[in-house]
Design a protein. Structure first.
Lengths: 134, 134
DNA sequence: CTGTCTGCAAATGGTTTGCACCATA
DNA sequence: TATGGTGCAAACCATTTGCAGACAG
């Protein structure tokens, strides 16, 4: 469902949100584009980027842009942490509730007004562990 | 000091490490390049990138590549957290010891072998707070 | 000497943008 | 029917890379 504060509810925008919510793979813009073209062959990559950006700014989806390379997008906006495989770059959700970071009771932030944090775990996914027999 | 496991100790490499350790601003590659050119006008940006990558891989410096945009580099490899200003993109160190993330006693990592994590705080720096009078 | 490194410039690749047409509200 | 959105392609910009000559060990 798209909230009413979106100016227009285009076919493209609805489809982008629908497909992003359907997958659990935290796709890149290009990856989602490939999926979308199966149902709407003429959709453009520019439109995908424009809508992902807009949906992200409205808090309807989540852009995962830590670490370099391609940004990834998550249709699940609930607070949860991510695990990235350092070999295949796959991103999975950390199961269970998010790790609480309350600043550890820290008072001194050098005058910053702290708005939030980003936490990402990295490691080796099951598939890459098996393949590398480590 | 450059450790001996570096294949060659070029003037460029020594200068890059020296200047990066001198500044406390977590510069981008282009920012560091501008500083370096004051002392070595013919140094190339490609050389800066190549050396920053090499020094990072050997753990001699730290590449801060969370969040999109330009990567930033830190000559201080001690474990410490960072604070990013969402307005001016400046990065500062979080004063004091790093926030401990032990996984919160979590056992279930979906089969991942967890190697580490990255934690970044974001907020508004003193200068931007003043300028925006928030 | 010799194999690594440099400067230069061109290539790369993800993302953004200008524009004319389209379609939603 | 007014405007925001779309498709297309070109532009952008941080980073990488190929190459011929330079230089550290």
């Amino acid at each position: 469902m798209i909230s009413s504060n979106l100016h227009r509810n285009t076919r493209q925008r609805k489809l982008i949100l629908e497909e992003l919510r359907k997958v659990k793979t935290h796709p890149t813009a290009a990856g989602l584009y490939a999926i979308l073209r199966r149902r709407m062959p003429k959709i453009s990559l520019g439109t995908v980027y424009r809508n992902l950006e807009l949906l992200n700014q409205r808090g309807i989806i989540q852009k995962l842009d830590f670490s370099s390379g391609e940004a990834r997008y998550d249709g699940n906006v609930e607070d949860h942490d991510h695990l990235r495989c350092v070999y295949c770059m796959k991103i999975d959700d950390v199961p269970g509730p998010p790790i609480a970071i309350k600043g550890g009771g820290k008072e001194d932030w050098s005058g910053y007004k702290v708005l939030g944090h980003r936490l990402e775990f990295f490691g080796v996914c099951p598939r890459c562990r098996r393949r590398r027999a480590d």
